[in-house]
Design a protein around this ligand. Structure first.
Ligand code: BT5
Length: 304
């Protein structure tokens, strides 16, 4: 039993204390304590003719209320890294939990790089136990990029996806969002995956590295719930559908057709990006023929 269950019950309409106690299988005193906790968390809850949600916080547990996806939200004002907490939950056997934070003190990018995470941004990690072969975990990154692109477009910012893990502002290519997927395998299968997504939302770009941008810069302050709910719903509806992930990725991606330079653990690959393969790797036409890159840092080169 969690606050999430209470929020689901309240989202279905006004409920008396007795009805809530029955539905949640707790006593009336517990219901009152939980309602108190929700008010503490920023919910405005009326009590005429049953408890009724009158106003929802723009972030935090507000994301849980009315969420049309099978995720439970665990919110932290401040945390080291939502991916680290996600890993902890995954190793404890959890699934379908979203760790959400207002700021991170140790936000991480790939390869040990850091992710600037001032207050007002969106920092979340989705804990999954996906039914995917290990070679396909890259598709989760692509699904997250598609979900993020759709969610920011819906609030009025035009994004493009750069393979594999960046969502950029269309036009000038500044970075709006980054994705870090981490996973563990056991017996040849994926045991768990944690998909971490950072979106620069209500953040002044001056507080971010050069080459970054934020939603604030383009559309002013957003209610982060209006971005995170559609993002999680879009991710949830695609996560088990590789075909749809690939199709939708192609629609948003700017990498295919570009000249690229990709730094991989085995050296640099330079050539023209053709498309993604079934696993989400990038097919590149190089002077030495076609090659597929599973992971790496991709730079779009200017045409010679
Ligand atoms: C990424 O790495 O883009 C993955 C970022 C993932 C962040 C999320 S937030 C929630 C979850 N919890 C975590 O701890 N992480 C995930 P990469 O492609 O390696 O890019 C990192 C580079 O992006 C840095 O070296 C900077 O140059 C740049 N950068 C750092 N912070 C940024 C920001 N807030 N906005 C734009 N660019 C940034």
């Amino acid at each position: 039993m969690t606050l999430a269950t209470l929020l689901d019950a309240l989202a279905d309409g006004p409920r008396t204390e007795t009805a809530l106690a029955d539905r949640l299988d707790v006593d009336a005193e517990t219901v009152r304590a939980w309602i108190g906790a929700l008010r503490e968390a920023g919910f405005e809850i009326d009590r005429d003719g049953g408890y009724r949600v009158a106003d929802v916080p723009e972030y935090g547990l507000g994301v849980q209320y009315g969420l049309d996806a099978s995720f439970r939200i665990e919110f932290h004002e401040s945390i080291g890294s939502t991916n680290d907490r996600g890993r902890e939950l995954a190793e404890a056997g959890e699934r379908d939990v979203v760790v959400l934070a207002d700021r991170q003190t140790g936000g991480r990018g790939r390869e040990g790089r850091s992710w600037s995470s001032p207050p007002g941004g969106i920092y979340l990690s989705i804990v999954l136990r996906p039914d995917l072969p290990p070679a396909r975990t890259g598709l989760l990154t692509l699904a997250a990029a598609v979900a993020t692109a759709e969610a920011v477009r819906a609030v009025g910012v035009e994004p493009v996806i750069k393979w594999p893990n960046d969502v950029l502002l269309a036009g000038d290519g500044r970075k709006l969002s980054g994705i870090l997927t981490e996973s563990a395998t056991a017996g040849g299968a994926v045991e768990w995956a944690v998909v971490g997504i950072g979106v620069n939302a209500n953040v002044d770009p001056a507080a971010l590295p050069d080459g970054s941008t934020s939603l604030l810069e383009h559309i002013g302050r957003v209610r982060r719930r209006d971005v995170v709910q559609p993002l999680l719903e879009a991710f949830d509806s695609r996560r088990a559908d590789p075909e749809r992930i690939r199709t939708d990725w192609r629609r948003h991606a700017s990498t295919p057709g570009q000249r690229v330079r990709i730094e991989t653990s085995g050296g640099a690959v330079v050539g023209r990006a053709i498309d993604i393969d079934d696993d989400g790797g990038l097919r590149v036409a190089t002077d030495g023929g076609e090659t597929v890159v599973a992971a790496g840092d991709c730079e779009h080169l200017r045409p010679a």
